[in-house]
Ligand binder design. Structure first.
Ligand code: NAG
Ligand code: NAG
Ligand code: NAG
Ligand code: NAG
Ligand code: NAG
Length: 229
């Protein structure tokens, strides 16, 4: 009688954790860079500014920017890094497969880093737009398009990068290979249908879940074993 109830309880715990794991996994399966673009646009339109177009080519360049600055996260979560103009056209664009003649004018950038992963809305408020300088960049009327990149240093901080441009959406930062560009090995960028690549939050959460599940199975089996003796 007692054994049966405990067994049932074990299955219940196992099942509810499975459900929780599935929920956590699915919740983080999107692309946080796309979420951030939406947050930026909601903030702009709430202040009667134009909605910016989501440019995948610019997003990929933002990811390269974050990738280059990855080693430079200061204690106060500011990124101390200044890529040269040549980096944009000679490194970032070719690494993304942006067609060089379509490289537009960059009208602003905001970068930030944080030791732990924050939801895009928190990253917006606490990492990227936390002073009047960043706010005035966000609210500049010259921008017409935006691109966001996010990357994590292996087991280290998360880097966010936002680039603004005054270009015309489908004629600037055009990705070769009919808009597919060059596939990125790390991080994620806005305007892309590809979810974040390896080394991201997804991977760590997945591993945590596997460990929790493993632990629960062991506990469950030990319980079973104990009562069978
Ligand atoms: C962050 O630290 C750097 C030096 O490491 C300093 O120059 C900068 O003003 C600080 N920023 C803020 C927002 O405190
Ligand atoms: C990163 O910081 C180091 C040390 O402050 C500096 O020498 C280096 O130029 C920075 N990297 C970039 C890309 O700005
Ligand atoms: C808006 O951005 C443009 C291009 O970077 C710059 O020239 C201009 O000074 C900015 N305007 C404001 C109000 O910051
Ligand atoms: C826009 O973002 C700024 C900076 O985080 C914040 O102070 C402001 O309340 C936001 N506006 C809206 C309408 O969310
Ligand atoms: C560019 O965008 C405009 C409107 O956003 C659209 O009408 C046009 O067909 C697009 N051109 C191409 C080549 O996709």
């Amino acid at each position: 009688m007692v054994k049966k109830r405990l067994c049932c309880c074990g299955w219940f715990i196992l099942f509810s954790h499975l459900l929780l794991a599935a929920l956590v996994c699915s919740k983080n399966h999107g692309n946080p860079a796309n979420d951030l673009v939406e947050i930026i646009n909601n903030n702009r339109t709430a202040h009667k500014l134009s909605k910016l177009n989501d440019s995948p080519g610019l997003g990929c360049i933002a990811l390269q920017y974050a990738e280059l600055c990855k080693g430079n996260c200061s204690i106060n979560n500011t990124v101390n890094c200044k890529p040269s103009e040549d980096d944009f056209t000679e490194v970032f664009a070719p690494d993304c497969g942006v067609e060089l003649p379509t490289f537009g004018t960059i009208t602003g950038h905001i970068v930030g880093c944080q030791s732990k992963y924050l939801e895009p809305s928190l990253a917006f408020a606490h990492v990227l737009v936390r002073d009047s300088k960043a706010l005035s960049i966000l609210r500049n009327k010259s921008h017409t398009e935006v691109g966001v990149g996010m990357v994590r240093v292996h087991k280290g901080p998360f880097f966010w990068s936002v680039l603004f441009s005054s270009g015309k959406t489908n004629s600037t930062f055009v990705l070769e290979n009919r808009g597919a560009g060059i596939q990125q090995k790390k991080g994620c960028y806005s305007g892309s249908s590809i979810p974040c690549s390896a080394g991201q939050q997804n991977a760590t959460l997945g591993l945590n879940n596997v460990m929790i599940m493993g632990f629960l199975c062991v506990v469950y089996l030990l319980k079973q074993f104990h009562f069978n003796l």
